[in-house]
Ligand binder design. Structure first.
Ligand code: KG4
Ligand code: ZN
Length: 339
């Protein structure tokens, strides 16, 4: 009987493992972040990421077992991130998961990274009930999705260029901050003055739900070059940039909620940790009576818990994985059910 699922995340620069139990909920999770490793390069170096996953994945498994008081014999199935992401990094988690599952004689299932993000708020109480709209804002993707039930996702809008998190990261680099840029911009924006600069709200003046953030980066560069380049100017620009991203996401969500007549909104992925976003999105509840759901802060970014949960939900529905180790650098979310 399916009870306890081990989740394995290694799609980018975080190695995450977790145990999810169908009756008890989340049993425990462990995470190793590679932020320091990549810091001096100003972004993730794929080869270094793969090697670090290899180094840390087994010690992390031991740590998880020790922390939760569980043994390998307690695991009924393994779920791992099969894509989208960095191929080398994905292959580490996939090989580890498949080999361990084979040795233990249990099934292993590859899951979609963005689906795991999408389902992360379902680990919280109260959990959103289906159907709902999901805004997924991570470093690699920005998607607006209509979710009717597990595995049934219709992408209604997406970024045509940079993802929201990527825009934060690139803008941070322009202003001289390290990687990842989202938290740095958010911190700097705290001392920014509202109204000092006004940045455009890309693609809000035309119909549809697609987004575009690459223009904001160019706008930031020009504004910074024309400013007096003081710390105050930097904070004012960070504030205006963040306000533009958040307001654009808000406007598109307002549009999709009206269009679909749905009253529940799930926001997930790294950028959902942004406090300015959460403050602005509170207007949905206050003005439109829309319920807004987030993952807990530690599960906004990549982690093993969301993978264990996503895998559990699919395995519980009878989905099974093959024995081959398949990973996909690109993988549209609408096709996740077929993976
Ligand atoms: O979901 P995630 O951990 O990884 C991907 O699947 O890409 O998202 C990472 C992204 C990075 O671009 C990072 O700068 C951004 O999330 N991020 C933030 C904040 N915390 C992380 N962006 C804005 N504000 C934050 N507080
Ligand atoms: Zn992610």
């Amino acid at each position: 009987m399916l009870k306890c699922v081990l989740g394995v995340e290694s799609s980018c620069d975080d190695t995450g493992l977790a145990l999810y139990d169908g009756e008890k909920g989340l049993i425990g999770h462990v995470l190793h972040s590679q932020t320091e490793l990549h810091a001096e390069y100003g972004g993730v170096v794929p080869e270094l990421a793969s090697r670090d996953h290899i180094r840390t994945i087994l010690p992390l498994l031991k740590e998880l077992m020790h922390k939760t008081g569980h043994t390998l014999g307690d695991i009924d199935a393994i779920a791992y991130t099969a894509g989208p992401g960095l191929v080398g990094a994905l292959l580490v988690g996939a090989s580890f998961a498949r080999t361990l599952a084979y040795a233990l004689g249990i099934p292993a299932l590859g899951v979609h990274h963005m689906e795991s993000h999408l389902l992360a708020p379902l680990l919280e109480e109260p959990a959103p009930v289906f159907p709902f709209i999901a805004l997924l804002v991570s470093g690699g993707h920005t998607l607006i999705v209509e979710v009717s039930r597990i595995g049934h996702y219709q992408v209604l809008g997406e970024s045509l260029d940079d993802a929201a998190g990527e825009a934060f990261d690139k803008t941070a680099k322009l202003l001289g901050f390290g990687y990842p840029g989202g938290p740095a911009i958010a911190k700097c924006a705290e001392s920014g003055r509202p109204g000092r600069y006004h940045f455009p709200r890309p693609m809000c003046d035309r119909p549809g739900l697609d987004l575009s953030f690459s223009g904001l980066k160019t706008h930031t560069r020009q504004t910074w070059q024309q400013s007096d380049q003081t710390e105050q100017a930097k904070a004012d620009i960070a504030f205006a940039f963040q306000e533009a991203v958040v307001d654009t996401l808000y406007k598109k969500c307002e549009r999709v909620l009206k269009q679909t007549n749905l009253q529940r909104l799930v926001v997930a992925g790294g950028v959902s940790a942004n406090l300015s976003l959460r403050q602005t999105f509170a207007k949905f509840t206050d003005k439109l009576k829309v319920e807004v759901y987030y993952p807990r802060f530690e599960f906004c970014a990549d982690n093993g818990a969301m993978v264990a949960y996503c895998g559990y939900r699919h395995l519980a529905l009878g989905k099974s994985g093959s024995l081959s180790i398949d990973v996909r650098a690109r993988w549209p979310l609408d096709e996740a059910i077929k993976g």
